[in-house]
Design a binder for this molecule. Structure first.
Ligand SMILES: NC(=O)c1ccc[n+]([C@@H]2O[C@H](COP(=O)([O-])OP(=O)(O)OC[C@H]3O[C@@H](n4cnc5c(N)ncnc54)[C@H](O)[C@@H]3O)[C@@H](O)[C@H]2O)c1
Length: 339
């Protein structure tokens, strides 16, 4: 089989740290083009990895026939860029949050369907080794039904991550639309849906800007979720964990508790009511400082290679997006929102 020709749109932090190196390491892929309005960023990637550079997705799609595209641009451009790529006949891997509204997410799904291409969303939390292990343990049934949970994701904010630092689009509401919730909350909404194989049916959100200056995007959120199964839990997203950044989930179940990233390191710990305790060290959870392969790029390539629809599909991305959109509606109205 000939190599899958891939273009990367947006050459910032996630493209440079994960998408581009992971494509470059995949033998089935040829990186053919990069786009970024700060053309030096695209040029630098083209120089380092081969391929051509463009100042916009429009110019790139006009000049190149590509099989697949990674959309690694600011949130407000995800829908526009994904739809343009799908209409050009390319499979799309779009970063999270897949869109900034339900309507846009639906348009993206429709564009992929109409053009007979795959749409996958970069919800890499599902693929982190401790999360894969937790899913396996939960699915084994030994813990019984999940009754209550807390899931939390926080760090010191995107100024230490984005290629533009404190000047980043992450802090501009017109471009980011959502702050910590779009950055981290949507990851946890997706992860809890996936882990529990359950859907969120009701959300209450307390969302605000508590400490970041000169921005009106949220830097903290605490949400209460009710699941279809009846389980009730909390979801936290924070950009102000200047010390003690957190990516942890604890599920209290009929037969015990499972703690993921909540004890020292990246361990998964199972404590059962019958007195047994098991600790699994299965590999690292990625942090902004400590990057590990996401697995998302390989999964996307595998889908294309084997003509198998991606499991982290546009529909999945939209359900996870809808949870955080409902939390914002709850914050705005002072009511809990049913999904
Ligand atoms: N899956 C994850 O864990 C994860 C982690 C970080 C970021 N992300 C997501 O990835 C996306 C990009 O974030 P980032 O951290 O790389 O941001 P970043 O600020 O580091 O980079 C964004 C890049 O997009 C470029 N850009 C802006 N407008 C563009 C346009 N019209 N066409 C092409 N490029 C354009 C900018 O010049 C910049 O180089 C965001 O949606 C973010 O939520 C996902």
């Amino acid at each position: 089989m000939s190599k899958i020709k891939v273009a990367v749109i947006g050459c910032g932090a996630i493209a440079q740290r994960r998408h581009i190196p992971e494509y470059a390491a995949n033998d089935n892929v040829e990186l053919v083009a990069f786009a970024d309005p700060i053309i030096e960023r695209a040029e630098q990637m083209a120089e380092q990895y081969g391929g051509k550079s463009y100042a916009s997705i429009e110019q790139l799609l006009e000049a190149e026939k590509v099989d697949a595209v990674s959309v690694c641009t600011p949130n407000y451009l995800h829908a526009q860029h994904s739809i343009a790529a799908a209409n050009a006949g390319a499979h799309v891997l779009v970063e999270k949050p897949m869109a900034t509204s339900k309507e846009d997410a639906e348009k993206m799904i429709e564009a992929a369907r109409k053009n007979n291409v795959y749409l996958m969303v970069g919800h890499n939390q599902r693929l982190m080794p401790p999360h894969v292990k937790a899913k396996e343990l939960l699915d084994s049934g030994k813990l019984g039904k999940v009754l209550t949970f807390r899931t939390s994701f926080g760090h010191a904010g995107p100024e230490g991550w984005s290629v533009d630092g404190r000047e980043s689009w992450f802090f501009r509401k017109e471009e980011a639309v959502m702050g910590a919730m779009g950055d981290l909350g949507v990851h946890k909404a997706d992860f809890i849906r996936y882990l529990l194989a359950d859907e969120v049916v009701e959300v209450s959100g307390f969302i605000g800007t508590t400490h970041k200056e000169d921005t009106d995007v949220d830097d903290n959120a605490t949400c209460i979720l009710r699941m279809k199964s009846g389980a009730i839990g909390t979801l936290v997203a924070s950009w102000t964990q200047y010390k003690g950044g957190d990516n942890s989930t604890v599920l209290w179940c009929e037969n015990g508790v499972i703690k993921i990233g909540a004890t020292s390191g990246d361990e998964v710990v199972v404590e059962l009511t019958n007195g047994t305790q098991e600790t699994y060290k299965v590999g690292a959870m990625a942090t902004n400082e400590k990057q590990v392969p996401s697995g998302v790029i390989d999964a996307f390539v595998e889908s294309i290679k084997t003509s198998t629809p991606p499991s982290i599909s546009g529909e999945e991305g939209m359900r996870s997006l809808n949870v955080i959109l409902a939390a914002f509606e709850s914050q705005a109205t002072g009511r809990s929102i049913k999904l």
